[in-house]
Ligand binder design. Structure first.
Ligand code: PLP
Length: 310
């Protein structure tokens, strides 16, 4: 499937017209991963490619991974497992509600077995004892970590970075939102040495990101990179009036749909960095829209309520 998807959907780069970019003397374009294979949206395609390949090569009978109730990773994994007819278990943080949200309903419809665990149990997801208990309950499984970030994911994202080096050779700096940093590690390894990669952390106080990315990069040659920690707007999946207002204005201005968890924070960060004069005039910037619009479905009422206040 992965090769078929690559044939079917071209990676698209579009220029974004916005007064603030013009005034700052920069050119900003966007890589539309949000348009790339709707069911396996965005960066998750690249993160899952070699994980699924490894599971097939090991002839694994079942996949297992972790995520929150709106997780793009869980959503994409459920779809990939369906295509390859691999049984899959999603260990979901928090209690099961009577009605599944659209993310989990899709996952279930595609055949994923949903296993809900308390927040305290979920925190133990990397402990061997906890994983053994899961194995006793469900039998052996091929483990994909939360968010899908491991060496296989890094490899898939490195291919995306290589594509960028080839097709976006004139770009000075790339921007992308970061949670676990797996996507960033791949892109840093893939793009050209003269191109800078900027990650916007969507988590509050994610001091471990630096080390996590260094570990994923291991001995690889890497382009210069930097994580920005001050644009999380309160923490993971949290948003404030300023961000909600920005997302609304950005959409009215450009017609480009972004969401508050990842892409919204990245574009908002670029705007603030421009206002602070931190991005040199004449720069060519490429923002990676990592997708994740499926998660908006369960979030729209919260966002609309805040936008109404704004
Ligand atoms: C998962 C996800 C990310 C974060 O990717 P990491 O590799 O964990 O940093 C960014 N954007 C979207 C839309 C995602 O779904």
């Amino acid at each position: 499937m992965f090769d078929r998807v690559l044939d079917k959907y071209a990676l698209q780069v579009e220029l974004i017209e916005r007064d603030i970019y013009r005034q700052a003397g920069v050119e900003v374009s966007v890589l539309r991963l949000d348009r790339f294979c709707p069911e396996l949206s965005g960066n998750k395609f690249f993160k899952l490619k070699y994980n699924i390949k490894a599971a097939l090569e090991e002839k694994s009978s079942c996949l297992l991974s972790f995520g929150g109730a709106y997780s793009n990773h869980i959503h994409a994994l459920a779809y990939a497992a369906k295509v390859y007819q691999l049984p899959v278990i999603g260990v979901i943080r928090g209690e099961q509600h009577n009605k599944l949200n659209p993310t989990l309903q899709d996952a279930k419809d595609w055949g994923m077995k949903l296993h809900f665990v308390s927040r305290s149990d979920y925190r133990r997801r990397q402990e061997l004892g906890f994983l053994h208990a899961l194995e006793e309950e469900f039998g052996p499984f091929f483990l994909i970590p939360e968010g899908g970030s491991n060496e296989a994911a890094q490899r898939g994202c490195e291919e995306l970075g290589q594509w960028l080096a080839k097709h976006c050779a004139d770009i000075d700096s790339f921007f992308l939102p970061c949670a676990t940093g797996g996507t960033m590690a791949g892109i840093v390894a893939g793009v050209d040495a003269g191109q800078q990669v900027n990650g916007i952390s969507v988590l509050k106080g994610a001091d471990h990101l630096q080390k996590d990315i260094e570990n994923l990069l291991a001995e690889k040659m890497a382009s210069p990179w930097k994580i920005w920690h001050q644009f999380h707007c309160g923490g993971y999946a949290k948003f404030d009036v300023a961000l909600a207002r920005f997302i609304d204005g950005f959409y009215q201005d450009t017609g480009l749909l972004i969401e508050p968890v990842y892409s919204g924070k990245m574009f908002f960060a670029i705007e603030q960095l421009l206002q602070q004069g931190q991005l040199p005039r004449g720069s060519k910037i490429l923002a990676i829209h990592t997708g994740g619009l499926q998660g908006l479905r369960g979030m729209q009422s919260r966002l609309a309520a805040i936008q109404a206040i704004a």
